[in-house]
Write a new protein. Structure first.
Length: 298
């Protein structure tokens, strides 16, 4: 199968390439010179693309909280406008893929807590990141209908893998360095998924259509996850009352490099899980549990 991947230098893109490179013809599109097609998706693309069986659109801006209007606008320039620029270029090239896979996020639901949220839940995301992903999803679906291309949208929760960015990467680093903090009596569950499992699913998406949540199906307690990581690293988990951690989190609100902020504390302390039954039934999704499978050091 001939596959084009955007964001091949990103965390998920690297995992997809690693899993598929030996069995498929993989080409990449991105800003750096090591891509097969060099272009910044935030701007109109002056390229003529060949035909691909599958286009995996994994490029995007995430894992940051905008501090001003300019930073808010960057989410729309990269995620929303970038998706439009990519798909307009595919259309102008006249070589349409069988299937477009767009990597989205469960943030589109706009929830900080909830249980077994399915794909039919309203898209109430209000952050610049969520709104930019909702816009990209809508444009992708409309584009697919207009041009007769299958479109699969994957909404991902916390993605687990080596050198992961965002909350999971910060968590591993904090445990490794010995400054990871946990709320006392924390009983919250989180949906998560292995990056390798998402990557392995890609060939099965040819000829598919629809929007899907992907999780590992276990949705473990967050305390189970941090204890599992700490055991691999031989580190201790520090437990503090919520009042103490709330005080610490205010430091992170003004010092970006501090490992805890009010936003991160709220996300860590609430339960939020998603339903992936649709993916099991329609895509043959067979994920592995994060706990017991993921190894920090291979």
């Amino acid at each position: 199968m001939r596959i084009l991947i955007t964001g091949g230098n990103g965390f998920l893109g690297r995992n997809i390439i690693q899993i598929l490179k030996d069995s498929h013809d993989i080409l990449t599109l991105g800003r750096s010179v090591d891509n097969d097609f060099i272009s910044d998706l935030a701007y109109p693309i002056d390229l003529k693309l060949p035909k691909f069986d599958l286009i995996i659109h994994a490029a995007g801006k995430a894992h940051s909280i905008p501090k001003n209007k300019k930073e808010e606008a960057e989410f729309f320039e990269v995620n929303s406008k970038g998706t439009q620029n990519l798909l307009k270029t595919v259309a102008s090239s006249g070589c349409f893929p069988n299937t477009l896979v767009m990597i989205s996020s469960v943030s589109v639901y706009g929830l900080d807590s909830g249980h077994s949220i399915s794909e039919i839940h309203p898209l109430n995301g209000a952050s610049p990141y969520a709104l930019s992903k909702i816009s990209a999803e809508n444009f992708s679906r409309e584009w697919g209908i207009e041009h007769g291309v299958n479109v699969v949208i994957l909404r991902l929760p916390l993605v687990i893998g080596h050198n992961a960015p965002g909350n999971f990467g910060a968590m591993v680093k904090a445990i490794e360095k010995g400054y990871y903090f946990r709320l006392a009596n924390m009983e919250n569950r989180k949906s998560m998924v292995l990056a390798e499992d998402v990557a392995s699913l890609m060939p099965q998406l040819l000829n598919k259509n629809g929007t899907y949540n992907l999780t590992d199906g276990v949705n473990p307690l967050f305390t189970e996850l941090d204890a599992y990581l700490a055991s691999q690293l031989g580190k201790r988990i520090w437990t503090f009352p919520v009042s103490v951690l709330k005080l610490f989190s205010k430091i992170g609100d003004v010092v970006p490099i501090f490992p805890l902020s009010t936003y991160r504390l709220e996300k860590l302390s609430s339960s939020l899980t998603f339903d992936h039954q649709k993916a099991i039934k329609e895509l043959g999704w067979e994920p592995r549990p994060v706990i017991g499978t993921f190894r920090i050091k291979e």
